[in-house]
Structures are given as structure tokens and as C-alpha cells.
Design a protein around this ligand. Structure first.
Ligand code: SF4
Length: 189
């Protein structure tokens, strides 16, 4: 089976790759994440994945698109959490599905399926629609039971582990949540 796996970041990829290899499947990794901002964060996550893929002998395809303006324009009608995530999934999985078709892969999937913080049902719906449009297969692996182990392994390996999901809005929410807590405690932030 020729499987293309969209990868959101190296830490999430660790146990997804391990699970597939245990099943005798060698995925080709596909980096396409125009939702990651700002650019230094984008480069850090991309370069961490490059090093990790090389260290385990995995094939990696980089589809570069920093894409801040396009992402903000598409999510601007409603950039609340959840609403914007659907658009974010669509951008990434549509590109992965199109690449899978062009390059002759049988199936595609995504490491987003390992995260308990992502909306699995929405991912399944959007991935299936993209697969149908492109005429390729889509597999909705449930990697979530391996999430904690993956994070621990990533820590042991010294991989860069990000503090927010990726988009500029998730960075803002992390900051504003922290600021609100500090203000409630009467601290300077
Ligand atoms: S919070 Fe994460 S999944 Fe949602 S839009 Fe931002 S980067 Fe995408």
C-alpha cells in the first residue's frame, strides 16, 4: 500500500510512524502547514521534522507555503476556535489529497489523528470529501491511544515541542489566557 501521511509536526509523527511500521506500512511524510505562524515557528517545526525524518530513514516531501495572509483571509469570516479549524483542516487535507492523486498514492492520512485536541469527526468528514474529489483513498486511523507515549518519546529524543496549535489565533489565545490568569492573580504579565 502506498500511503501519504500529512504531518503537522515531528512530535505528533513519532507514534503515528511507529504504529504504521508495526503494521508493515512505510508512509511517505508530507509537510504542508500554511497554518503555522509566525515564520520562525514555521521554520522551527519544519526543520525539526526534517531532522527527525532523516534520523529514522523516512521519506519526507516538503510542500512549502508559509501562507499567513491566505490563512487569515480564509478564516476571517469566523475565526473562532472550531470554525477556523474546519477551514484549516480543509486547506491541509485538500492539498494532501491532490498531491496523493498526482503522485500515485493509494491512500492518504494525517498525524492530526493522534491529537485528542483535534476534532476527529470533522477531520474524518473533511478528509473523506477531499479523497472523493480526488479519487484517492483516505484512512482515518485512530492514533489517539498513543498520543501520550508519543509526547514522552519526543521529549526523550529532544525534539522541539510547540506550545500552541499553530495558527496566529491559537498563539494569541495561549497568550491571552495566560495574561488573564496572571491578571486575576494580580501579577504583572
Ligand atoms: S487552532 Fe490549530 S487546528 Fe485550529 S485553526 Fe489554529 S492551527 Fe488550525
Amino acid at each position: 500500500m502506498k500511503l501519504l501521511m500529512h504531518v503537522c509536526c515531528a512530535p505528533c509523527s513519532v507514534e503515528c510512524i511507529a504504529a504504521l511500521r508495526e503494521e508493515g506500512v512505510e508512509p511517505t511524510l508530507f509537510w504542508y502547514n500554511p497554518n503555522i505562524h509566525p515564520v520562525e515557528e514555521y521554520k522551527l517545526r519544519r526543520d525539526t521534522l526534517k531532522s527527525y525524518a532523516a534520523s529514522i530513514g523516512a521519506e519526507l516531501i516538503l510542500e512549502e507555503n508559509y501562507g499567513l495572509r491566505e490563512f487569515v483571509r480564509k478564516t476571517a469570516p469566523d475565526f473562532t476556535f472550531g470554525e477556523r479549524c474546519g477551514i484549516c483542516y480543509e486547506m491541509r487535507l485538500a492539498k494532501t489529497a491532490a498531491f496523493a492523486r498526482e503522485a500515485g498514492y493509494d491512500f492518504f492520512t494525517t498525524t492530526l489523528f493522534i491529537s485528542p485536541y483535534q476534532d476527529r469527526e470533522k477531520l474524518l468528514r473533511i478528509g473523506k470529501a477531499a479523497a472523493d474529489r480526488e479519487g484517492v483513498g483516505f484512512i482515518g486511523y485512530d492514533f489517539r491511544p498513543r498520543f501520550q507515549r508519543g509526547q514522552e518519546k519526543a521529549k526523550e529524543l529532544g525534539l522541539y515541542r510547540q506550545k500552541y496549535c499553530g495558527c496566529i489565533f491559537s498563539e494569541e489565545e495561549r497568550f491571552s489566557n495566560r495574561a488573564k490568569k496572571a491578571m486575576r492573580r494580580g501579577e504583572v504579565w
